[in-house]
Write a protein that binds this ligand. Structure first.
Ligand code: NAG
Ligand code: NAG
Ligand code: NAG
Ligand code: NAG
Length: 383
C-alpha cells in the first residue's frame, strides 16, 4: 500500500469513528422524546461576591425559557467542609462546575446532605425554573408556570437522574457562584473543547455590599474566606473580596484576547439604572434572545411592580433607588474604612470616594462614574 492510501484509510477510519460518536451523542439527547436539543451548548458562569446582586442576574437567566440555571452549586461543598479554606475548596468547586456544565450530576450527589437521591437535598433547588418544570418535575401544578414556592412544595421528590435528563435538553447552561476568589483555577475549563465557556463578572460598589451584608449572616462563609475564627473579620473579608474582584479582572486582561472575548464585566449599578439595556447585552453575550415577555418581566421586577417577592429578588423594588441606600445606612467613618480596604477595586470599577459627610448624604452627587468615564473597563465592555 502506498503512503497515500494508508493516509486515506486512516482518514476514513477517523470519519467513521467520529460519526459514530456523534450518533451516540444524538441518541443520548433523544432519550427524552419531546425535548430534543439541537445546538452545541453554551456555558455561562456568573462570578460575583456576596450581596452584589448576583441572584438577580441569575434570575435574568433563570426566567429565560432556553436556560438551565443553577444557583450556587458550590454551596453544598462549602457547607460540607466548613473548616477548610476557600483556596482549597476552589478545586472541588471548579470540578463540580465542570461536571454540571456537561450535565454530570454524580459529584453533586456526593456533596449534598443525605443519600443524594432527591434534588430537594440542595437547599436552593427551587431557584431553578428548569428543575421545577418537566422533565425534571412533572407535577401538574408546574404546567401553570414557574413559581418558586409551588416548586419547593411539589418538586421535592424529583431525583438527580431527572435533573441530569433536564439539563441535557437545554443548550444554555448557566451557573452563578460567589465562591471563586481566584480566576486561575478556572483556566483549565477553557481548554476543554466540550465547553463553550463564557464568564460574566458582576461587581458592585463595596460600600453598598457592606451595607447589604449587615442584614445577612455570612459567618460560615466569612470563616472559609479567611480560614480563621476571629471576632472582627468584617474588614479583612471585604479587603479579600475586593482584591479577588480586581484579580479576576486583571487575570482576564493578562491572558489576553481569547479570554477577553469570553468575558463580560457588569456593574450592579449599571444593571440597576438600565436593566433592559444591560440585560440585552448580557443575553447577546450569552447567545440568547430577548423576548417581549422577558422584557416586561424585567421592567416589572425593577420597578416594584411584582408583589410578594422572594428574599432572593431584592430587585423587586425601585432598583435605581436601592443603589444609593448605603449612603444613609453607613456612617462616614465606616465608609472611609471600606474605601481604604477596597481602594483598588473602587478605582478600577469606577466608584468615587466621598470627602465629607455632606457629600455622602447629597444624593445629587453621583459617586458612580459613568461607564464611558472609566479608563480601562469601559473600553471593552461597557459602552
Ligand atoms: C432523534 O429524534 C428525532 C425526532 O424525534 C428523529 O428524527 C431522529 O432520527 C432521532 N435520532 C436518533 C439518533 O434516534
Ligand atoms: C414524596 O415522597 C414521600 C414518600 O414517598 C411522600 O410521602 C410525599 O407525599 C411525596 N411528596 C410529593 C410532593 O410528591
Ligand atoms: C407587569 O406588570 C403589569 C402591570 O402590573 C402586568 O399587567 C403584567 O402582567 C406584568 N408582566 C409580567 C411579565 O409580569
Ligand atoms: C450636592 O451636589 C451637587 C452636585 O455636585 C451640588 O451642586 C450641590 O451644591 C450639593 N448640595 C449640597 C447641599 O452640598
Amino acid at each position: 500500500m502506498s503512503i497515500r492510501s494508508v493516509f486515506c484509510f486512516c482518514l476514513l477510519f477517523l470519519i467513521v469513528v467520529f460519526s459514530y460518536q456523534f450518533y451516540q451523542v444524538s441518541l443520548v439527547s433523544n432519550s427524552s422524546k419531546s425535548y430534543v436539543r439541537t445546538k452545541a451548548p453554551i456555558h455561562v458562569l456568573i462570578l460575583s461576591s456576596w450581596r452584589s446582586g448576583s441572584s438577580f442576574i441569575g434570575q435574568i437567566f433563570n426566567h429565560h425559557p432556553d436556560v438551565f440555571y443553577l444557583f450556587e452549586p458550590g454551596h453544598p461543598i462549602w457547607m460540607r467542609f466548613k473548616k477548610e479554606a476557600a483556596e482549597l475548596l476552589h478545586y472541588p468547586l471548579r470540578d463540580l462546575i465542570h461536571s454540571l456544565f456537561t450535565c454530570d450530576v454524580t459529584p453533586l450527589q456526593q456533596y449534598v446532605p443525605g443519600d443524594g437521591k432527591y434534588i430537594s437535598s440542595m437547599s436552593f433547588f427551587a431557584e431553578s425554573r428548569a428543575l421545577c418544570s418537566p422533565p425534571s418535575c412533572s407535577h401538574p401544578s408546574t404546567s401553570e408556570g414557574y413559581e418558586r414556592s409551588k416548586c419547593s412544595k411539589h418538586c421535592r421528590n424529583s431525583t438527580f437522574d431527572k435533573m441530569a435528563e433536564a439539563c441535557n435538553t437545554y443548550d444554555h447552561r448557566v451557573m452563578k457562584t460567589v465562591r471563586i476568589l481566584d480566576f486561575s483555577v478556572l483556566l483549565p475549563l477553557f481548554q476543554d473543547p466540550a465547553l463553550d465557556l463564557r464568564i460574566i463578572h458582576l461587581v458592585r460598589d463595596p460600600r453598598a455590599i457592606v451595607s447589604s451584608r449587615r442584614s445577612f449572616s455570612l459567618d460560615i462563609d466569612d470563616q472559609i474566606v479567611l480560614k480563621q475564627h476571629d471576632k472582627d473579620t468584617k474588614g479583612p473579608v471585604m479587603a479579600k473580596i475586593c482584591r479577588a474582584q480586581v484579580n479576576i479582572y486583571r487575570m482576564v486582561k493578562a491572558v489576553g484576547d481569547y479570554l477577553e472575548r469570553r468575558y463580560l464585566l457588569i456593574r450592579h449599578e449599571d444593571l440597576s439604572m438600565e436593566p433592559i439595556v444591560c440585560t440585552k447585552k448580557i443575553y447577546e453575550f450569552s447567545g440568547l434572545k430577548m423576548t417581549p415577555d422577558l422584557e416586561r418581566w424585567i421592567y416589572n421586577i425593577t420597578h416594584d411592580l411584582i408583589k410578594h417577592p422572594s428574599r432572593f429578588l431584592a430587585f423587586s423594588k425601585q432598583s435605581s433607588k436601592v443603589i444609593q441606600k448605603w449612603r444613609n445606612t453607613l456612617d462616614f467613618n465606616k465608609v472611609k474604612e471600606i474605601e481604604e480596604y477596597c481602594r483598588e477595586a473602587m478605582d478600577l470599577f469606577g466608584y468615587l470616594p466621598v470627602s465629607s459627610v455632606s457629600d455622602q448624604k447629597n444624593m445629587s452627587l453621583d459617586l458612580v462614574l459613568s461607564s464611558v468615564e472609566m479608563d480601562d473597563p469601559s473600553e471593552t465592555n461597557m459602552k
